[in-house]
Design a protein around this ligand. Structure first.
Ligand SMILES: [Zn+2]
Ligand SMILES: [Zn+2]
Ligand SMILES: [Zn+2]
Length: 326
């Protein structure tokens, strides 16, 4: 029995909540084992048929002279993060996933991006917009108004925040980081709408949050938002989450994509510059109206160049009806 298996072990106590995650943490709580994963990662090429590293080469790369000790650690990883074949050792997919996550996130020095004005105007007030990075999020804030959300963790003027990994900062300006964060957020919410967690592939729970005492005149004091209805997505497995308005959800429907396309606005393509994001934000404005409380039905109206497309959505976000422009 290892230390972590004893009832007194904090890791063992925590394992009730995190399950096999505790086993993985324990397995990786050795510098030698981490060095083995990194060495196998270095040797790995996704388009190479042969990625195996022989025992002796691997031991030398890791820098261990004691063959028995090295074998002990390698055996611990084998079957979980590493597989053994006739040609040698290579990473299994969980091993690649682990190293990939470290490289995308904490493996690189935490980047900083101070408040930087970007080439866009606030869609609410026309004011200047700045972006900055904090704790894994790219924030987008208006310097002149209250913004869209009143979030305890976010500054005044909060318009949006997108998850972004440190690796995304390489070779990108502030404008480019913001645009890249949009691309990521688009894919992230799309996967959530389809019910598949983009981080762990688990099933996603979703709920509609309705403000019963909503004040439409600005950022509502009761709910901290400008829209009374918010869709929340949450993965019960890895706790990844997203939230958005009904308008955001409706824009993924093919009728909405076609409607915007007919008016020269490509909704699912060409995010990757601030000009196209501005276009999308300025022209892709939606409004929502509750048609029925029980069962809940919400009509989202997309208006552009004098035409209107309306989609009626049920509480589970299925589109019940599409009202094409007359
Ligand atoms: Zn503003
Ligand atoms: Zn998940
Ligand atoms: Zn409210």
């Amino acid at each position: 029995m290892t230390q972590a298996d004893s009832p007194e072990s904090p890791l063992s106590a925590a394992s009730d909540a995190v399950g096999t995650a505790a086993e993985a943490f324990e397995l990786l709580s050795s510098e030698t084992r981490l060095a083995i994963l990194v060495a196998l990662w270095d040797a790995y090429d996704p388009f190479d048929d042969e990625n195996a590293v022989g025992f002796t080469d691997l031991r030398r790369t890791v820098g261990m002279t004691d063959s028995g000790q090295f074998n002990y650690h390698l055996e611990k990883l084998t079957g979980h993060f590493v597989e053994s074949a006739a040609e040698g050792y290579e990473l299994r997919e969980p091993g690649r996933k682990f190293v990939r996550a470290v490289i995308a996130g904490a493996g690189i020095e935490e980047p900083t991006m101070d408040r930087t004005e970007i080439d866009m105007d606030c869609t609410l007030c026309g004011g200047d917009v700045e972006v900055f990075y904090e704790d894994g999020w790219v924030y987008n804030v208006c310097t002149d108004c209250d913004g869209l959300w009143d979030d305890e963790e976010a500054p005044t003027g909060h318009l949006s925040k997108f998850q972004f990994d440190p690796a995304g900062f390489a070779h990108r300006s502030a404008d480019e980081v913001y645009a890249a964060a949009w691309v990521r957020a688009f894919q992230h919410i799309y996967s959530m709408i389809e019910g598949v967690c983009p981080t762990c592939s688990g099933s996603v729970d979703r709920s509609l949050d309705t403000c019963s005492d909503h004040d439409e005149s600005g950022v509502c004091e009761a709910c901290g938002r400008r829209t009374a209805l918010t869709v929340r997505f949450r993965c019960p497995v890895c706790k990844d989450w997203a939230r958005g308005t009904m308008g955001v959800v409706a824009k993924y429907h093919p009728a909405a994509v076609a409607f915007y396309y007919d008016h020269g606005l490509t909704l699912q393509y060409g995010f990757n510059d601030v000009a196209s994001i501005n276009d999308r934000l300025e022209r892709g404005v939606t409004s929502s109206e509750v048609l029925s409380e029980d069962p809940l039905t919400v009509r989202v109206t997309l208006a552009l160049d004098g035409d209107e497309l309306a989609l009626d959505l049920a509480e589970d976000l299925t589109v019940l009806d599409v009202h094409e422009p007359a």
